[in-house]
Design a protein around this ligand. Structure first.
Ligand code: ZN
Ligand code: ZN
Ligand code: ZN
Ligand code: ZN
Ligand code: ZN
Length: 637
């Protein structure tokens, strides 16, 4: 065995993030030794990620943890409190440091003095036979990790000659004994002075030793030289609203440009007042005058005020609401329309490349090669799905913000941050961008309005004009309180938001839970993102580590019909339906809608099959009576 036991390993960044968080314990196969991951010293700083957004994601998750000993660090964490790094290399060092002699009649305990060195060169000091690592540890729900070495020596002889008595097969029964007087001095378990939550001895291979706490966000980088000048306030949301409603000219401008150009709001307003919107616009066009920019687009959408931005709502909530809306709109815009500017400007940034279902269906070659595709549109229309896209290079940001130990349920443990690779006082967050594949479904707005009215969530007077596409889009922007969705543990108080989110989320789970069978991917490797202000759903491959690139494309092009059909069956029934359907919290259980918590954006909360397929006094979204506004002629989509 080598004297020096510090090791470096080359691994992909995705794998490092997933399996080798600093302070994790892992087997170092070649040497038969167990190691602990060092703080990640080899890192590179990530500066092109929106830190405000990352801080918000972490904030929205803190409530999940017990955090008895760590609340101070996490509460009120802001963009200034975090540093973002990409880990490049992992280093491990020997752990646990306790060894014992393999000779049954000896069993002398040896402790390595330094993590870098094996004790006595791997041989027993008493009998000369090989020594072996004691692969057990103790972990506490507060995040503490200790090896199983004796905490105290013999009252007379200290640590002079300690032996391990493996008197039973169960390591919890093993004893440390003093070889000089025969006294039992200690056991393998230990206790945590702070919280009494210590568990052990656990084998070092136990999954309970380390849980990496991760989040995934869709993160589309801004393009262009002015990208960093994009305002971080509500004006950015208003520019995106204008783009969404078709008020912004994206033929000759990019969204980033519009947001960073002031615009001639006075001039614009003057002529609109004089000539009316349409004529004024025509005049500007004739004069080849581009008056549009941030200020004009804000003026045109200022009347849109989501419920959590109005009245005496806290300034922080207001800002968060606009930030959420901006994020949903920008993600949806770029993931379904692609980049509207010059493709050369994209350089090597990974920007989403979408193709709509209509694009494929209007291609006669495609229809010939996939005759089953003739059933796609009727199936989607019957399911109130207005449009669908397959998106290549759907950009994900994987974030690793901390770790927990001893229990997989976050409300029983404390979230610990990683040691800082540069030893600063901030909290280090590790992240990496990975391109993925997504399928996006836009749900028909008219159908949702009809369904809300059928369930008396809105009155006939509260209905927008469903024949006016812009008015419909505006209605969703105006009636969804996105900030109520940030913490999945808190109930959604706002009625329309609750109904719409639960609907989209349940639809998403019907699709997610049945996607695996159709595309050959494990459901656990898929994930979802709900965009209630659009309203739309994205189903994406969550990890690029183990998934065959192209699976989502195959699913979209060849299996769309059976997939949606299976999703509809799932909404209809559950194996334990008598029990499942009666659950007052929502008809959803492990036999139907529940998926792995890491795949769900709301840890399996806010789900209910009854609002999709009723069989009760609720009107289900997929029930016969609900009609939609999807045109028969797909060229109009
Ligand atoms: Zn020995
Ligand atoms: Zn503890
Ligand atoms: Zn003794
Ligand atoms: Zn069920
Ligand atoms: Zn979910």
């Amino acid at each position: 065995m080598s004297r020096n036991s510090e090791f470096e390993m080359e691994r992909g960044v995705a794998q490092i993030l997933n399996s080798y968080g600093a302070r994790n314990v892992f087997d170092f196969g070649q040497l038969g030794l167990t190691m602990q991951t060092n703080p990640w010293g080899r890192v590179e700083e990530i500066d092109d990620v929106d830190r405000e957004r990352v801080a918000k994601i972490i904030q929205s998750r803190i409530g999940r943890y017990r955090n008895r000993t760590t609340a101070d660090e996490w509460e009120n964490i802001s963009a200034d409190d975090i540093d973002l790094y990409r880990p490049l290399k992992i280093e491990g060092r020997l752990f646990p440091l306790v060894f014992y002699c393999e000779n049954k009649s000896c069993r002398k305990v040896h402790t390595a003095t330094e993590p870098g060195y094996l004790p006595s060169n791997g041989q027993c000091r008493a009998c000369g036979e090989s020594i072996t690592q004691l692969p057990f540890v103790n972990v506490c729900t507060c995040g503490r990790l200790e090896d199983a070495s004796p905490n105290r020596g013999c009252s007379q002889h200290g640590f002079d000659d300690i032996r391990l008595n493996k008197r039973a097969s169960e390591p919890a029964m093993w004893r440390y004994e003093c070889n000089k007087c025969g006294d039992t001095v200690d056991v393998l378990s230990s206790s945590c002075g702070v919280c009494n939550g210590m568990q052990g001895p656990l084998p070092t291979a136990s999954s309970r030793i380390f849980y990496s706490e991760k989040a995934v966000e869709v993160d589309i980088p801004y393009i262009g030289d002015q990208a960093e000048d994009i305002p971080k306030d509500e004006s950015w949301a208003h520019v995106l609203m204008a783009a969404h409603l078709g008020l912004a000219d994206l033929e000759s401008n990019t969204i980033e440009n519009l947001a960073t150009t002031e615009g001639m709001v006075d001039k614009y307003q003057k002529w609109v007042n004089r000539l009316g919107e349409e004529d004024a616009q025509e005049m500007f066009d004739d004069m080849d005058q581009d008056v549009h920019g941030r200020e004009t687009l804000v003026a045109e959408t200022e009347h849109i005020t989501p419920p959590d931005t109005e009245g005496d709502v806290e300034e922080g909530t207001r800002a968060l609401a606009y930030s959420n809306i901006a994020h949903q709109l920008f993600t949806f815009q770029r993931s379904t329309n692609g980049y509207e500017g010059d493709m050369d400007d994209l350089k090597d940034t990974r920007h989403p490349i979408p193709k709509s279902l209509s694009h494929f269906l209007q291609d006669s070659d495609f229809r010939e090669r996939h005759p089953q595709s003739g059933r796609y549109r009727p199936q989607l229309t019957a399911s109130h799905i207005r449009q669908a896209w397959i998106v290549d290079q759907f950009p994900l940001l994987n974030i690793l913000y901390g770790y927990t130990r001893a229990d997989s349920q976050s409300n029983k443990v404390d979230l610990r941050s990683f040691p800082h690779p540069r030893e600063r006082a901030t909290t280090p967050i590790f992240a990496d961008r990975t391109p993925s594949e997504a399928i996006i479904f836009e749900i028909d707005r008219t159908a949702i309005i009809n369904w809300l009215e059928a369930n008396n969530v809105i009155t006939a007077e509260q209905r927008p004009d469903t024949s006016d596409e812009a008015a419909l889009k505006e209605w969703f922007l105006n009636n969804i309180a996105t900030t109520e969705l940030d913490n999945p543990f808190t109930p959604i108080e706002h009625d329309i938001t609750r109904w719409v989110y639960r609907l989209l989320h349940s639809l998403s789970h019907c699709l997610l839970a049945r996607a695996g069978e159709q595309c050959g991917l494990a459901t656990s490797s898929l994930s979802e993102r709900i965009f209630p202000v659009i309203p739309a759903i994205a189903v994406y491959a969550a990890s690029t580590e183990n998934f065959a690139l192209g699976s989502m494309f195959t699913l979209f092009k060849t299996r769309l019909h059976p997939w949606v059909s299976d999703a509809r069956d799932l909404a209809d029934q559950c194996l334990i339906d008598a029990t499942c359907r009666e659950n007052p919290a929502g008809a959803a259980c492990d036999a139907c809608l529940h998926i792995e918590e890491t795949s769900c954006e709301a840890i399996n909360h806010h789900l209910d099959r009854r609002i999709v397929r009723s069989k009760s006094d609720i009107v289900g979204f997929w029930d016969e009576g609900i009609s939609n506004g999807i045109p028969d002629d797909i060229s109009q989509l």
